[in-house]
Design a protein around this ligand. Structure first.
Ligand SMILES: Cc1cc2nc3c(=O)[nH]c(=O)nc-3n(C[C@H](O)[C@H](O)[C@H](O)COP(=O)(O)OP(=O)(O)OC[C@H]3O[C@@H](n4cnc5c(N)ncnc54)[C@H](O)[C@@H]3O)c2cc1C
Length: 162
């Protein structure tokens, strides 16, 4: 399409597209549709995308945009799924390093909390292996003192580490 991508030129773009023969027409311009269209066009296909509202206005506008790897699936015993999601995550990381930016997170562990220190350590170790997380980005278990040093405002009562 020669017309620029803008809401003001939408009608002209649709009219221009109606005169073309496409290899693929994607219905829905959320992240799934946009991803399929991008993938197909870099493979040389002639692709069109139609959207009934506005591009990215559906569920995709609500996403927190985290390329998370489905840690909760591990808790549910879905080992195959963790591996698959991890593989996809690694592909995104490799293909779009300008968009996929690592965000370190600290998970404080409290006595009597949802996750124990040992269970967290083993669970995250397994997760890193299954999901193929880069060696330098794998989980680090912190002592209580180190956790407080990183986040001095954390509630200290019953804090075991992070
Ligand atoms: C609060 C929240 C947080 C989330 N956080 C994350 C996250 O951190 N990481 C993550 O990976 N996922 C997250 N998700 C999930 C993620 O947002 C969705 O999986 C994803 O946006 C789905 O994209 P989609 O393109 O399939 O759907 P949508 O974004 O809904 O796109 C579908 C589009 O199709 C259009 N459409 C429908 N029917 C037609 C039609 N007949 N003709 C033309 N167009 C049509 C709609 O208007 C819409 O724009 C989150 C979801 C929510 C709600």
């Amino acid at each position: 399409v020669k017309t620029k991508f803008s809401a003001s030129s939408r009608l002209a773009v649709l009219q221009e597209m109606a005169g073309e023969t496409l290899d693929l027409l994607v219905i829905g311009g959320g992240i799934t549709g946009a991803g399929i269209a991008l993938d197909a066009s870099v493979r040389g296909m002639k692709v069109g995308v139609v959207e009934k509202a506005d591009f990215g206005s559906g569920t995709s506008s609500r996403s927190t945009k985290l390329i998370h790897g489905g840690l909760r699936y591990l808790k549910q015993g879905e080992v195959k799924l963790v591996r698959e999601v991890g593989r996809e995550r690694a592909i995104l990381y490799k293909n779009a390093p300008h968009l996929v930016i690592p965000a370190p997170m600290l998970l404080p562990i409290y006595q009597g909390g949802t996750y124990g220190y040992l269970a967290s350590s083993v669970g995250l170790y397994l997760y890193d292996l299954l999901a193929g997380v880069e060696r330098t980005e794998r989980r680090k278990m912190l002592s209580r003192d180190e956790t407080i040093r990183q986040e001095p405002l954390l509630k200290r009562d019953r804090l075991k580490g992070g």
